[in-house]
Each structure stands twice: as C-alpha cells, then as structure tokens.
Design a protein around this ligand. Structure first.
Ligand code: DX5
Ligand code: ZN
Length: 216
C-alpha cells in the first residue's frame, strides 16, 4: 500500500499540534519542506518548526531541502530528529558526497528533481539512495497543479530501479490528491506527498485514507 506523507507546509501553524496529531493518527510520514528563498523563490520555515514537530511526532520525519549548499545543514537535521533527508540534484555539487554525509549522520538519503530534469540523471545514484523524489510541480510553493508527465517519469524510474535490482523507493511531491493517487501508485510510486489536498480539506483524515486505499 502506498505511504502518505502530508506536507506540513499547508498545516495551520496556529494549530500545529492538532495537525501533527492528525498525521500521527492517519498517515505514514511527516514531510517537511525547507525553502531558502535562493534555490526556490519562497521561504518556508526552519529549525524551530522542525523541532516542534519532532516533539509531537510519532511517525518518521522526511525533510525535503530546497536550498543551496544542502551539505551545510545535514548534521542539524539529524540532530533535529529527521529520519529521511532529500536534497535537490540541481543544488548539489557532488551528490555522492552529500549522500555519504546523510548516511554518516544516520539518515536515509534521497535526491529530488524538478519536473524539467531528465530522470536519467538519477540512475547512477539509485543504488546509493534510499529514495528519489520526483517533483510533480516546480519546487517552491504548495497548492500548485499536478504536472501530468509525472506518470511517465515514475514508470521510467521504477523500471530502472527494477533493472538495477535496487531497494530505492519513489516519492512523488506536488499537486497530489485522491484524484491522481491511484494512478501514481499504479505507475510505481511508493510515497505520496500531499499538502493542500490534506490540510485544506474539511476532513483531512478522510483524504489521507482515500489516497491510501486508492479511492477517489
Ligand atoms: C513544493 C513542496 C511540496 C508541497 C506540496 O515545493 O515540495 O511538498 O508542499 O504541496 P501540495 O500538495 O499543496 O502541492
Ligand atoms: Zn516537498
């Protein structure tokens, strides 16, 4: 069954504890979007929020770094209790060095790519990473429209992971909702990130359940 990682970017920060409990009770992971205003035009939140989520989270935290020089902050995210840490290929000097640093800090490494980056750039790192993040919107903002070419990209990456016999899983991030979750799972996605579809809903738990069960 596909795993659901609600993006806390769309949470209500005045009621963060309530939204963390909703995720604890219904989802599989916490997705934490870190934006620096340089790699992407937007600024999200930093360590005080990550550490607050960590105090209440009973599920693993997956942080998505949309920042330049991701290597500078790897240790801090480990100390904050993050379990899975992804950085952008487009922002990385030497991906293998960052992957090793993430592993050495006891976390699972992942590489994220925007929708205009060929999936093939990830192939040399499949054996080294725990997961790959295929962006289905351009990184930077929640609430954008899902880009349909993502299905083909998931299939292509899934086929290569199988060909290599690797353990790497596929996370899809951006514009995910019950309207496309089943097709993404069928294409080969293992983890679905959803922000606005979950937290803008009248019943976030029902939306998470719908995506897990493949109902739309
Ligand atoms: C976009 C972020 C996403 C975003 C998802 O840059 O990486 O994780 O918060 O939000 P929705 O589901 O609203 O597209
Ligand atoms: Zn994200």
């Amino acid at each position: 069954m596909v795993k659901i990682a609600p993006s806390m970017l769309s949470a209500d920060f005045l009621h963060l504890g309530r939204d963390v409990e909703t995720v604890n009770a219904n989802a599989d992971l916490f997705h934490l979007d870190i934006m620096d205003g340089t790699f992407v035009p937007n600024i999200s939140y930093g360590f005080p929020v990550v550490e607050a989520v960590a105090r209440a989270a009973t599920l693993p935290m997956d942080a998505h770094l949309m920042i330049v020089h991701p290597e500078k902050y790897v240790e801090r995210f480990a100390k904050a209790g993050v379990r899975m840490l992804s950085f952008h290929y487009e922002a990385a000097g030497n991906p293998l060095d960052i992957i090793s640093l993430i592993r050495d800090n006891g976390m699972v490494p992942g590489i994220a790519v925007n929708p205009d980056v060929p999936v093939e750039v990830l192939f040399p790192y499949i054996g080294e990473c725990g997961y790959m993040v295929l962006m289905s919107v351009f990184a930077g903002f929640g609430g954008q429209k899902f880009i349909e070419t993502t299905y083909g990209r998931v299939k292509e990456l899934r086929a290569e992971i199988l060909r290599q016999g690797a353990e790497c899983t596929i996370e899809v991030d951006g514009g995910v909702s019950p309207a496309n979750s089943k097709a993404l799972e069928e294409a080969g996605a293992d983890i679905l990130v959803a922000g606005s579809a979950v937290f803008r809903a009248a019943d976030p738990a029902a939306v998470i359940r719908a995506m897990k069960s493949g109902l739309s």
